[in-house]
Design a protein around this ligand. Structure first.
Ligand SMILES: [Zn+2]
Length: 397
C-alpha cells in the first residue's frame, strides 16, 4: 500500500513501513528553516501557497508505476531525482542514508525551484555539494537535526561513505585539485554516481567552514538564479586564489572523519625575519618566511615542549616527537617541514604535499625551490587538544 504522510513542508507518498515513514516529513520542516537561514527567506505565501515539496519514497516500483506516480521525464533515475517541487527516491537500506537522500533532494527543490531561474544555475559542484551539506546531518534523541556536520565517525553516517570515496580516489592517483572540482560537469556526475558528489561536498564543507573563505562563500548564496555564480566566485577569490588552492590541497589530502578545518588552516604570514619564531602544536603549517633555492642547505634548531593529548597523563613531546602514535609514518609531535613550490613549478600531487622530518637539531637540503613551512606533526582531526609550541631558529646558508 502507498500511504501519505504530511507536514507543513512535505507531502510524502511511500510504501515503506509506517514507523520508518512517519518521522520523515517533520525533518523537511526543520530543513526548510535551515535553508531559509542559509539562502534567505522565501516570500510568505509564495505563489499563493506555502512552500511544500511532494516526495515519493519508493520500495516497490511497480506500485508507483501502476498509480502513475513516476513521470516519464525521470524514468531510469538511480538513487534520487528532483523535478520542480517534487522528488523521487528509492528506499535505502540504512536509516541514516534514507534521511540523507531525502534531505539532499529537498535541498535541490528549495535551491532551484523556490528561486526561479532567470539567468542560469550555479555550477554542479555547488548545487550537488550544498545538497550534500544539508544532507549530512546529526539527529539527536529529541528528533532535532544539525546540518552541515563533519562526520566524526563512520557509524554516525551509515551508508554515506563520502570521506572514504575521497580517500580511495587519492590512493588510486585520482586527486582533484581545486580547479578539477570547479570543473566537474554533467558527464562526470553521470559516469560516477559517487565520487563527484564526495569531492563537491568536501569543497563546499571546506569553503563554508574555513574562517578565511566562509564569508565570501556565503555571499555566493545570492546567486542561485542570476547566472552570475561562476564569475562572482572568480571575483571573490581572485586575490588569494593560490592560497585557497594550496589549503584545499591539504584539506583534501588529510580528509578523514572529524577533520577540523578551523584548526588546520595554514598560516601564510611570515614571522619577523632572522629571529626565532614559534610553531604551535594546536595549529597547522606556518610560513617561516624563508624562500629556498633547490639544493640550498638550512641549519635548524628547535627547542621547547608541547602537549598533544591527555589520557591518564598529558602526552608531552619535544621536537623529535613521541613514538606512541604516528601520522604520515612519523611520530606525532615531531617538528616537520613542507616546501610550498614556487609559482610556476608544476609538480604532481604527492610531490606537492611531500613533507620531511626536522626534529630538534640538524640541517636539511631543500629538495625543491619554494617557501619553507613548519608544523608539529599530529592527526588532522586531533589538534584541538594540543597546546604549547616549539621555538625554531633557522639559518639558511
Ligand atoms: Zn543531487
Amino acid at each position: 500500500m502507498i500511504e501519505r504522510y504530511e507536514s507543513k513542508r512535505m507531502r510524502l507518498y511511500t510504501d515503506i513501513p509506517a514507523d520508518k515513514a512517519d518521522p520523515l516529513p517533520a525533518l523537511a520542516d526543520q530543513l526548510f528553516e535551515a535553508l531559509q537561514t542559509e539562502f534567505g527567506e522565501l516570500l510568505p505565501d509564495w505563489m499563493g501557497v506555502d512552500f511544500q515539496v511532494t516526495a515519493y519514497l519508493i520500495k516497490d516500483e511497480q506500485k508507483f508505476v501502476r498509480h502513475n506516480l513516476i513521470k516519464d521525464a525521470i524514468a531510469g533515475f538511480r538513487h534520487g531525482q528532483h523535478l520542480g517541487y517534487q522528488f523521487w527516491m528509492y528506499e535505502q537500506e540504512f536509516d541514516y542514508y534514507r534521511r540523507h537522500l531525502l534531505l539532499h533532494e529537498f535541498t535541490h527543490c528549495f535551491m532551484l525551484s523556490a528561486h526561479e531561474s532567470m539567468g542560469g544555475r550555479p555550477p554542479l559542484w555547488y548545487l550537488e555539494g550544498m545538497a550534500e551539506i544539508f544532507g549530512t546531518h546529526h539527529l539527536d534523541e529529541k528528533g532535532r537535526l544539525t546540518f552541515g556536520i563533519m562526520p566524526a565517525r563512520p557509524d554516525e553516517v551509515v551508508g554515506l561513505g563520502r570521506i572514504e570515496m575521497v580517500q580511495h580516489a587519492i590512493a588510486r592517483g585520482d586527486f582533484h585539485s581545486l580547479s578539477d572540482v570547479l570543473a566537474l560537469n554533467g558527464k562526470d556526475f553521470t559516469v560516477s554516481r559517487s565520487d563527484p558528489y564526495a569531492w563537491s561536498w568536501a569543497l563546499c564543507h571546506f569553503l563554508r567552514t574555513h574562517p578565511r573563505y566562509n564569508e565570501r562563500f556565503r555571499q555566493l548564496n545570492a546567486h542561485l538564479a542570476d547566472g552570475q555564480f561562476a564569475s562572482r566566485f572568480k571575483q571573490l577569490y581572485a586575490k588569494d586564489y593560490d592560497r585557497l588552492a594550496w589549503e584545499w590541497e591539504w584539506f583534501a589530502a588529510d580528509l578523514r572523519h572529524g577533520s577540523d578545518v578551523v584548526r588546520n588552516q595554514i598560516d601564510f604570514d611570515a614571522p619577523p625575519a632572522g629571529k626565532p619564531f614559534e610553531v604551535a602544536a594546536a595549529a597547522s603549517w606556518r610560513s617561516s618566511g624563508v624562500s629556498l633555492k633547490e639544493g640550498q642547505t638550512v641549519q635548524i634548531r628547535a627547542t621547547g615542549r608541547v602537549t598533544l593529548n591527555k589520557t591518564t597523563k598529558p602526552w608531552i613531546s619535544e621536537p623529535q616527537g613521541i613514538t606512541i602514535e604516528y601520522e604520515k609514518g612519523r611520530p606525532i609531535g615531531q617538528l616537520t617541514a613542507w616546501i610550498l613550490p614556487d609559482g610556476g613549478t608544476r609538480v604532481a600531487h604527492p610531490d606537492r604535499i611531500e613533507t620531511f622530518a626536522i626534529g630538534a637539531d640538524g640541517q636539511f637540503k631543500a629538495a625543491r625551490a619554494g617557501l619553507l613551512f613548519l608544523g608539529v606533526n599530529d592527526h588532522p582531526n586531533d589538534r584541538a587538544n594540543n597546546s604549547g609550541s616549539y621555538e625554531v631558529t633557522l639559518s639558511p646558508d
